[in-house]
Design a protein around this ligand. Structure first.
Ligand code: NAD
Ligand code: UDP
Length: 326
């Protein structure tokens, strides 16, 4: 499709897990897509199938450095490491990406008159004292701990969005994304679903941090991308939760992964990282009401294609990076 409604859309962090699926979706809709990425946690392989598409362009750049002068209609601002081991590797880099990168993306939106969507996170709720989490809950976040570089970086990014909308008229959208998983996560990403699946497929012990009673809500990537696209198209200028309200303990997830992979893996327990949230589940009534969106994939339905993807990766390659990071 090359219709009059073809847009030019920038996806920062387009080479990452969510970004590459979003690029696919936008290209399928007939738009021109520019991915801007520095490959910090993303991979060139995620763009391999898009490289020959004339509507696709890749700019290798750090979003925290001055950005090129682009003429674009929309910006999906996703650039930021998302997995705790990665964002904690260099907290200064993570904060630089969230603060300067978001400022740059907002300035570009202002210059070119683009609508801009922030990939914010359920981490803005921290270790929540309210359950499930609604958008009007202000959160319980440690500003001085291991997760602060990510959590406070995203909270500041939301504040930057609010300030640019209020003072400079930028047309903003904010998605608070809850744990999302699926094909194209890096095998060494370090988040729980990819770790457990890679461990199970390799017959390694499944590494549960703490006693495994902490809960998360896991959203399949296709559902999440649908939510992002609907939010961008909407007129909702306040934060919206996007996630799957099904809530599972980490132990329940481990048991499901072991059963679905047919693995002989044992369970091993490692210390719980500091400030690890106890419970997390989105209240998605705002997205249901205003975006007519709710997830279609159950955890079991989403784990199927995810396991199939990692089975291919694990069997076709034998590289040290396949070891999940703790
Ligand atoms: P990811 O690590 O796979 O993708 C992040 C992408 O951003 C990578 O391609 C990385 O190379 C790129 N990047 C990082 N720093 C950059 C910089 N300074 N300049 C340019 N590119 C940079 O993670 P993901 O899961 O795809 O997450 C994408 C976004 O969604 C992130 O902003 C993350 O905070 C947010 N989010 C994700 C989840 C989730 O569960 N997947 C949950 C909440 C929020
Ligand atoms: N986790 C785990 N084993 C792993 C990786 C993570 O038990 O190999 C736990 C982690 O401590 C947390 C939950 O799984 O309680 C989700 O972790 P993840 O890093 O995926 O996301 P986040 O904590 O940012 O929600």
């Amino acid at each position: 499709m090359h219709s009059s409604c073809q847009k030019t859309i920038l996806v920062t962090g387009g080479a990452g897990f969510l970004g590459s699926h979003l690029c696919d979706r936008l290209l399928r809709e007939g738009h021109k897509v520019i991915s801007l990425d520095n490959f910090h946690t993303g991979s060139r392989l995620n763009h391999r199938h898009q490289a020959s598409n004339p509507d696709f362009e890749l700019i290798e750049a750090d979003v925290a450095d001055p950005l090129p002068d682009l003429r674009i209609d929309e910006i999906y601002h996703l650039a930021c490491p998302a997995s705790p081991p990665h964002y904690q590797e260099s907290p200064v880099t993570t904060l630089r990406t969230s603060l300067l990168g978001t400022l740059n993306a907002l300035n570009l939106a202002m210059q070119t008159g683009a609508r801009i969507l922030l990939a914010s996170t359920s981490e803005v709720y921290g270790d929540p004292l309210v359950h499930p989490q609604r958008e009007d809950y202000w959160g319980n976040v440690n500003s001085f701990g291991e997760r602060a570089c990510y959590d406070e970086g995203k909270r500041a990014a939301e504040a930057l969005f609010h300030a640019h909308a209020a003072e400079r008229g930028v047309d903003i959208r904010i998605a608070r994304i809850f744990n999302t998983y699926g094909p194209r996560m890096q095998p060494d990403d370090g988040r729980v679903v990819s770790n457990f699946v890679v461990e199970a497929l390799q017959g390694l012990p499944i590494t549960i941090y703490g006693d495994g009673s902490q809960t998360r809500s896991f959203c399949y990537v296709d559902d999440l991308v649908e939510g992002l696209v609907r939010l961008m198209a909407s007129d909702v200028r306040t934060p919206v939760n996007l996630g799957n309200p099904g809530e599972f303990s980490v132990s329940e997830l481990a048991a499901m992964v072991v059963a679905m992979t047919g693995s002989q893996s044992s369970i091993s327990h490692l210390p719980l990282p500091s400030d690890d949230p106890r419970r997390r589940r989105p209240d998605i009534s705002k997205a249901q009401l205003l975006l007519d969106w709710k997830p279609a994939f159950s955890l079991e339905a989403g784990l199927g294609p995810t396991i199939a993807y990692f089975r291919d990766v694990v069997s076709s390659q034998d590289r040290p990076s396949l070891q999940p990071v703790a």
